[in-house]
Design a protein around this ligand. Structure first.
Ligand SMILES: [Zn+2]
Length: 167
């Protein structure tokens, strides 16, 4: 009896472990939205490494996060347009930027409906809305539900992911 039960129990445990590790695989698969999907602009990892600074690459292509309060665009108050540091796609406008106090540039919406795309990211163990450039898939940051009116959204964006052009 004991011999018969053992393998069954083992395979149950194995199945449970496999199921439990699925979200982790999605999280650690170093395949943020940037790597998936059919983006208009696609480049090899080597090309991106050549064109981006190390910091930009870590954010845009590896879904990293810069240190809070570390990027000058956090404090940028001039009028202008924020575009993708990877492909120059226009992402955000100064008209929608606000001071969130979190240490990263924050916007309550993108510059237009086609500028950014979103996905779900489990990187830190619970689901968050990841936001990326709609043209090249470069990771920008996350969208949270604690933003100001009229959208109530906070696009929390890494300064390294963007280039600012004053109006
Ligand atoms: Zn882009």
């Amino acid at each position: 009896m004991k011999q018969l039960l053992k393998p069954t129990r083992r395979s149950f445990v194995a199945a449970a472990l496999a199921a439990a590790s699925l979200p982790m695989l999605a999280a650690c698969g170093s395949a943020p939205a940037s790597a998936k999907g059919n983006f208009r602009i696609r480049k090899t990892e080597a090309q991106w490494r050549r064109e981006l600074t190390r910091g930009q690459f870590q954010i845009l292509r590896e879904a990293g996060t810069e240190r809070a309060f570390s990027h000058p665009l956090n404090k940028e108050k001039r009028k202008g347009v924020y575009s993708c540091a990877g492909c120059s796609n226009r992402l955000y406008s100064s008209a929608h930027k606000y001071e969130s106090g979190t240490g990263w540039p924050a916007f309550y919406k993108a510059i237009d409906s086609g500028a950014v795309g979103t996905s779900v990211d489990y990187k830190i163990g619970y689901p968050r809305t990841e936001v990326h450039c709609a043209d090249c898939g470069g990771h920008l940051g996350h969208i949270f539900g604690d933003g100001p009116k009229p959208t109530g959204k906070r696009h929390c964006i890494n300064g390294l992911a963007m280039d600012f052009t004053p109006a």
